[in-house]
Write a protein that binds this ligand. Structure first.
Ligand code: IPM
Ligand code: MN
Length: 373
């Protein structure tokens, strides 16, 4: 089959990790006989530099005409320390979410056995963790009115949610839970916030349509603690935009590195796939960033296109790279070689195109040290 994929490498390490995801997709195309046509587009600080805006119109057009979107990362230290800047790279990401109606962000969190020792948490606490976070993505305080008083001494960020906005993401979370362990935990701050009370009321109503799913409630302040004390209690976590952002980043500690977590952002018509990590400017161009989250985002993309077998092949290759220790510095074992970003990508691609090999010298062969099988 033939698919068009919009590719937005973005800023910082975005381009280098996205390149590895493309290698994995090219390998899939070769092995399974597909054609992927990549259409590159700009967003973020790089787009501000070349066009003056963080999200050029052309990028939106490219995304709308593609079958799916692969995105790298956004952000530049230049803007982090200038709160006065009116145009910011992150506006690009927020605008694309809004313009494409990507109201639901899905972030799976799982633990790879080999990496349990990389987590600061105990094996007994995290082993077997399997959570998926459903984060509302186009509402709440991220999209409320903002202002700064004339004397610049008071700032305001408004937060609003409608029943409709809450319902759309809640239905998706319940449907997902039906395919999993059938538990949805709604994380909110209903003891304080009016918006959270609307979330509770709305989600409680919706739960009646999913009788096989148990709905649990947790306050955010408790949840951030529970997530590290007993992550296995969760199946599907449902939360508002800002809370889901915080929870998912915290959850990356469980698996040992934020460089492992991929995400899907979906709406009625479009879907965008991205690692949850940021642009990691300190690592830019050094070939040291972990590309696995981006590669796993490509797997989620294939799954969305209905290419389940192909998505599984990428996941198996990622698992193999972890088991063999062909991984970047953030997840390498003690006294173990830290593979460059590009080598991890080469290994994954090679493993996909040579899935049927049972060569004992696998590690060397797939590191590109020999190509004769
Ligand atoms: C994320 C990021 C973004 C967010 C930033 C870059 C605007 O942290 O995708 O989680 O806060 O949503
Ligand atoms: Mn975030």
């Amino acid at each position: 089959m033939k698919y068009t994929i919009a590719v937005i490498p973005g800023d910082g390490i975005g381009p280098e990790v996205t390149n590895q995801a493309k290698k994995a997709l090219d390998a899939i195309a070769e092995y399974y006989d597909h054609i992927f046509i990549y259409k590159e587009a700009q967003m973020g600080a790089c787009a501000i530099e070349s066009t003056g805006v963080p999200l050029p119109k052309e990028t939106i057009e490219i995304c709308k005409s593609a079958d799916a979107i692969l995105f790298g990362a956004i952000g530049d230290p230049k803007y982090d320390n200038s709160p006065e800047a009116k145009i910011r790279p992150e506006q690009g990401l927020l605008s694309i979410r809004k313009e494409l109606g990507l109201y639901c962000n899905i972030r799976p969190v799982k633990v790879y056995d080999k990496l349990i020792k990389n987590s600061p948490l105990k094996r007994s606490v995290i082993e077997g963790t399997d959570i998926v976070i459903y984060r509302e993505l186009t509402g709440g305080v991220y999209f409320g009115d903002r202002s700064l008083s004339e004397d610049k001494k008071t700032a305001y960020d408004g937060c609003s949610y409608s029943v409709d906005e809450i319902s759309k993401v809640a239905h998706l979370a319940f449907k997902e839970a039906q395919l999993r362990k059938k538990v949805v935990t709604l994380v909110d701050k209903a003891n304080v916030l009016e918006t959270s009370r609307l979330w509770r009321k709305t989600v409680t109503e919706i739960a009646k349509e999913y009788k096989d799913v148990e709905l649990r409630y947790q306050y955010l302040d408790n949840a951030v603690m529970q997530l590290l004390l007993d992550p296995k209690q969760y199946d599907v976590i449902l939360s508002a935009n800002l809370f889901g952002d915080i929870l998912s980043e915290e959850a990356s500690v469980i698996g040992g590195s934020i460089g492992l977590l991929a995400s899907t952002s979906i709406g009625e018509k479009y879907a965008l796939f991205e690692p949850i990590h940021g642009s990691f400017p300190q690592a830019k161009g050094k070939d040291i960033a972990n590309p696995l989250a981006s590669i796993l985002s490509a797997a989620l993309l294939l799954d969305y296109l209905g290419l389940q077998e192909e998505a599984d092949a990428i996941e198996r290759a990622v698992e193999k790279s972890i088991v063999l220790g062909i991984t970047t510095q953030d997840i390498k074992g003690e006294n173990q070689y830290a593979a460059p970003t590009s080598k991890v990508g080469d290994f994954i691609a090679d493993y996909i195109t040579h899935q049927d090999d049972s060569n004992l010298n696998f590690r060397n062969i797939h590191m590109g040290q020999s190509t004769i099988i």
